[in-house]
Design a protein around this ligand. Structure first.
Ligand code: OOG
Ligand code: NI
Length: 470
């Protein structure tokens, strides 16, 4: 046991890695730096204007993590890559949570999110990576599929040193300072942009004509990080201010509408950059262009229970069936108006969400509650709801730490144009994904459920004389 003490904690390794990634992406995609600065300004203004929000974030341990909070995304080509990636993220305390089927939206990948799961780790740094795996089984042209698989089978996306350090961490149960430092530097190499394609121009075009995402995954040396997304407290304000800073956002914000009580996740992105790349040719190289890397912001709200989520999914489907947004943003205003109107069916007060069992909350005794116990003034048993109502218990929303498949599809699509292949009828294949990963993904609902249940248990224990155990 004592031997563990000299290991750097996975939480610290994750924070270092997330910062290193952010620094790297800032130099690779300067607009990301501009967006970060904007988000920081907006967040500071929000906290100043809304002391209650500030207090709530502070209680939830979200205030300190805010400026460090971001997610990234990568796209992998093979089961072997996914499995090794899982091992690499495990060194940073990140595990696969959730399964996202993008095939239904005509995108030939399926995904999970690697992220920390326990409360302390999340409070430390909730860095997440949306990780997609190419579904070569959805490439209809057999010749093309074989070529793609053959190209992918030959690449090595991890440095030998990174692999050595992952194995070392697994053997020892952690990494000491120098090794942790090296691990972060070596891991970063996997996510770096390579302007040089690994295939000739013709092969690239063949892949791209099946789906541009296939070209992005197959034709490069590794799974370059394709965006990093800071968390904002006011996505509308950032969306409005983006054009003034020379950034043009996509037409609509994905996810739920603006509400008094934020739910789940709202996201918007700016278009992918057109970048110069080089294709190997008989004589040296020929230049070409590729679009893959973009920027995104997100605003996170409360996690919904299965009942709340079912309502969200139904309402969103209703909106999308009645108000379509065109390829260049036509209909965006109607979409937003419809979204707002249809979502009136979902309660927009914390109490409404909580008492309707639509969202998850973290309960804690208040100073007044604890004082009441000490003076033992009340001996009557009270329900949790009654304790909240009389100010002896607080109920703070549990933040949604995951992603939304429909929103993710929208983010993918806004960066792919409209020439995407439609895999009509294609369905997710969770079993295939988990086989590739070498383990099953964690059920996110179970995590929220447990976090809420644990907080209730601790709260009732602290207020025992006041509470009904039922
Ligand atoms: C991932 C797109 C999805 C999100 O935040 O939902 C995503 C990708 O483009 O690789 O990042
Ligand atoms: Ni994203």
């Amino acid at each position: 046991m004592a031997a563990l003490a000299h290991f750097v904690s996975p939480d610290d390794i994750r924070t270092r890695f997330s910062r290193a990634m952010s620094d790297m992406y800032r130099t690779e995609v300067p607009q990301y730096g501009t967006l970060m600065a904007l988000v920081e300004e907006v967040n500071a203004a929000c906290l100043k204007a809304d002391p209650e929000l500030r207090a709530r974030l502070e209680r939830a341990g979200e205030l300190d993590r805010l400026s460090d909070e971001r997610h990234g995304a990568i796209r992998l080509g093979t089961a072997q890559e996914l499995r090794k990636m899982g091992r690499m993220f495990a060194v940073m305390g990140m595990v696969p949570v959730g399964y996202y089927d993008l095939a239904v939206a005509g995108i030939p990948v399926h995904s999970t999110a690697f992220r920390p799961v326990d409360d302390a780790a999340l409070a430390h740094n909730p860095f997440r990576v949306f990780t997609s795996l190419l579904r070569t089984d959805l490439i209809e042209d057999e010749g093309l599929r074989a070529t793609a698989e053959q190209i992918l089978s030959k690449r090595a996306i991890f440095t030998p040193e990174a692999l050595r350090l992952i194995a070392l961490a697994e053997d020892q149960g952690g990494l000491a300072e120098g090794d942790a430092e090296r691990f972060v530097a070596e891991a970063l190499e996997t996510f770096r942009w390579h302007a040089q394609a690994t295939v000739d121009h013709e092969t690239y075009e063949r892949m791209a004509s099946a789906h541009r995402l296939i070209a992005d995954i197959v034709c490069f040396k590794g799974p370059h990080i394709n965006h990093l997304t800071p968390r904002t407290l006011d996505i509308e304000a950032v969306q409005r201010a983006m054009p003034q800073r020379g950034i043009s956002p996509k037409a609509v914000i994905e996810g739920p509408p603006q509400r008094a009580c934020a739910i789940l996740l709202r996201q918007t992105s700016f278009k992918a950059l057109e970048e110069e790349i080089l294709f190997p040719a008989a004589q040296g190289h020929v230049p070409g262009r590729h679009t893959a890397r973009f920027g995104e912001i997100e605003q996170r709200g409360v996690a919904l229970t299965p009942a709340g989520r079912a309502l969200y999914d139904t309402l969103l489907a209703q909106v999308r069936a009645s108000a379509a947004v065109g390829a260049s943003g036509q209909g965006a205003q109607t979409y937003e108006a419809t979204l707002t109107q249809v979502f009136e069916a979902l309660p927009d007060t914390w109490d409404g969400l909580r008492t309707g069992c639509l969202a998850y909350f973290r309960y804690a005794p208040t100073a007044a509650g604890l004082a009441a116990v000490r003076s033992a003034g009340t001996s009557a048993s009270q329900s949790l709801d009654a304790l909240v109502a009389c100010g002896f218990v607080t109920a703070d929303p549990i933040v949604y730490e995951d992603f939304l498949p429909v929103s993710a599809a929208g983010i993918f699509q806004s960066n792919l144009g409209t020439d995407a292949q439609s895999n009509a009828g294609a369905r997710g294949n969770r079993t295939l994904f988990e086989e590739a990963l070498g383990r099953s993904v964690i059920d996110e609902t179970h995590l929220y459920e447990t976090a809420q249940a644990r907080s209730i248990e601790a709260t009732l224990a602290a207020l025992r004389p006041l509470s009904a155990v039922a």
